[in-house]
Ligand binder design. Structure first.
Ligand code: KG4
Ligand code: ZN
Length: 351
């Protein structure tokens, strides 16, 4: 049985999967309500809360499953330094007590391989190499070429805000609170002139960022400013945007986000011959983005895979699955340090 602990950001989770990759147990302690009054995650508060949550979460594991744990993994980067330390210190203690090998796991690699997790009781599909992986979350917007389990290259990334960060900031700006992605999607769906794959026919116009940049990078801070200029008098709007116009503006925003993500993947596909593209991370729950990628990749005959919605947001199940893949691929456990900037294409910092 493979057990993993995940505390890279504001969720603490523990999950166990069996040798076939089927999740046998999971528990999560969410801090969304704790951070909501601050409009975003407060790192110190998150780390301190993990310290008290982890022992309680561990006690939730049924005894007979605890006895079957053969390998333990813990997210050791990237993430908030205090949160990573809370998880890795706890994991060192547990591994010693259980006398099982401990592996430091990369959180982004967890997202990247999450689309291959078994669905329910179905056997897992083999990971197809090479493939392209778009990771879109609150902290990350990255495009990877995945040539083998241990050969992951970063093709492009955001120069500033992540796409989920843009949604969270726009949500705060318009008064819908944190986190914002799901609420904004719901509102945009009430606008009648938006097709399921994100084509918008309304009055608002927003620029598609980085359209002409020539590289595979992304940028979302300019869109945030453009939305502020349309919605907030203090940012230059002639009047505060009426609430009834929010759905149209948000529909326009999602349409531009879909296009900005797709044009970079399309460009990358011209120089890398792959038969599969995956889209993972919290923002990959989004129905407009799923429909856009399914339609565009369908046209060019390339398969697209998404994780199940419950495995898009940060979770420990994807880390238990990653641990299983790590052990299956013959990687030996090694000493590691928490590394808040660990790029999955690079080796871990080894203590
Ligand atoms: O993967 P995740 O839990 O955290 C990071 O590792 O960053 O992703 C959280 C992000 C938040 O920015 C949230 O607003 C966004 O996922 N999100 C969505 C949706 N549900 C959550 N974005 C767009 N559409 C959604 N339905
Ligand atoms: Zn994440």
């Amino acid at each position: 049985m493979f057990a993993a602990i995940e505390t890279s950001f504001d969720e603490a989770g523990i999950a166990l999967c069996d040798g076939g990759g089927v999740v046998r147990f999971e528990t999560l302690s969410s801090q969304v309500e704790l951070h909501a009054p601050y409009g975003g995650c407060v790192p110190e508060l998150a780390a301190r809360t993990h310290l008290s949550a982890l022992p309680q979460l561990w006690r939730n594991i049924p005894e007979e499953l605890q006895g079957q744990i053969s390998h333990l993994g813990v997210t050791s980067g990237p993430g908030l330094p205090g949160c990573l330390l809370a998880g890795t210190n706890f994991a060192h203690g547990v591994a010693r007590a259980l006398k099982v090998p401990l592996y430091g796991l990369n959180h982004l690699k967890g997202h990247v391989f999450s689309p291959f997790m078994p669905m329910g009781k179905e056997p897992p599909t083999a990971v197809l190499y090479p493939h392209m992986a778009l990771l879109i979350s609150g902290g990350h917007t990255e495009l990877f070429l995945v040539e083998a389990f241990d050969k992951i290259s970063l093709l492009g990334q955001t120069r500033d805000d992540a796409v989920g960060e843009l949604l969270d900031k726009v949500s705060a700006m318009l008064g819908y609170g944190y986190p914002g992605g799901a609420k904004l999607e719901k509102l945009a769906r009430t606008y009648p002139g938006l097709t399921s794959d994100g084509r918008y026919d309304g009055a608002f116009k927003l620029p598609v960022p980085m359209r002409q940049s020539g590289d595979l990078n992304f940028s979302y801070s300019g869109l945030k400013t453009a939305v502020a200029r349309m919605a907030l008098p203090e940012a230059g709007a002639s009047n505060a945007l009426a609430e009834e116009d929010h759905p149209s503006l948000l529909a326009c925003l999602f349409s531009v986000i879909c296009e900005s993500l797709w044009i970079k993947v399309r460009q990358a596909l011209r120089s890398h011959d792959v038969q599969l593209v995956t889209v993972s991370g919290g923002v990959a729950i989004n129905g407009f983005i799923r429909a856009k990628f399914a339609a565009e990749l369908g046209h060019v005959g390339i398969e697209v895979r998404f994780p199940q919605p419950r495995h898009c947001l940060d979770n420990a199940e994807m880390m238990a699955w990653l641990l299983k893949l790590t052990v299956d691929s013959g990687v030996e456990p090694a000493g590691f340090d928490a590394d808040s900037n660990w790029n999955p294409g690079q080796p871990a910092i080894v203590s």
